[in-house]
Design a protein around this ligand. Structure first.
Ligand code: MG
Length: 257
């Protein structure tokens, strides 16, 4: 379950490349674009510019390089030409990238044009909750500490954490042990050791935490139709704390928080 130093270096390289994919999306005007157009742009960037492999494509027979989850979609939204982004939407792009055999996984929310403060607040709180979880990562901490930090922050703002989906170990495979719950009790669960690599990816709903899967078998939406947000990073437990392998240049290093 723990990675060797040379594996951590390769994972960090995959993470750095994946961070640059989000910088590429940052430069794209989203209003009026379809989620399929964003998918295709990201695929070209990963394959042609980064010389890497979009790891989601083909995994579980999924035909795309990203999941696009708009507004009440919690996760696993499927890119489509019919799914055009409009001013006021919030959208998560969840992307995986493999380079030299090692996979990184990250997702980010985007605000399309001018977004209602209610939605902006949900997005900001979800981002902060992810960082609460990341900051709980250090050798000697336990998985329950991560989940507890995340759910406490969400509840404090009147939101709910989705319990049906979790983070995961990652490396040569996209989904490895352990599972990372975004709720839990402090001091419980697996002990964290240096060299462990996993994702932290809370999904937070403005309403209740219940979700359902739509008829396409992929798209997961909130049962009550409320807005949902998610952020995700791939992190490694270090000797002294945590390293965020998919950190983007616009983000603070965890140690600086
Ligand atoms: Mg993931």
């Amino acid at each position: 379950m723990t990675k060797e130093p040379h594996e951590l270096a390769l994972l960090a390289e995959s993470g750095r490349l994946l961070a640059s994919v989000f910088e590429r999306i940052d430069q794209t005007s989203l209003a009026g674009a379809s989620t399929l157009q964003i998918n295709d742009m990201v695929e070209r960037f990963i394959v042609d510019d980064l010389k890497a492999r979009p790891a989601s494509k083909g995994q579980y027979d999924f035909g795309f390089v990203l999941n696009s989850s708009v507004n009440e979609v919690v996760c696993h939204g499927v890119p489509s030409a019919a799914d055009v982004l409009h001013e006021g939407d919030i959208v998560n792009f969840d992307i995986t990238l493999e380079k030299n055999g090692y996979i990184a996984d990250s997702s980010k929310m985007y605000l399309v044009g001018k977004v209602h403060p209610v939605a902006r607040r949900l997005v900001q709180t979800t981002y902060d909750a992810m960082w609460m979880g990341i900051r709980a990562v250090r050798p000697g901490a336990r998985l329950g500490d991560i989940g507890w930090a995340i759910e406490r922050h969400a509840k404090r703002h009147g939101y709910s954490v989705v319990h049906d989906y979790c983070g995961h170990g990652i490396g040569r495979e996209m989904h490895e042990e352990p599972q990372i719950m975004h709720f839990g009790k402090p001091g419980t669960g697996l002990l964290l050791r240096p060299g462990m690599v996993f994702t932290i990816e809370p999904m937070i709903n403005r309403g209740r935490r219940g979700v359902r899967t739509e008829a396409d078998g992929w798209t997961v939406v909130t049962k009550d139709g409320s807005l949902s947000a998610q952020f995700e990073h791939t992190v490694a437990v270090t000797e002294s704390g945590v390293s965020v392998l998919t950190l983007r240049p616009d983000e603070p290093a965890a140690s600086a928080l």
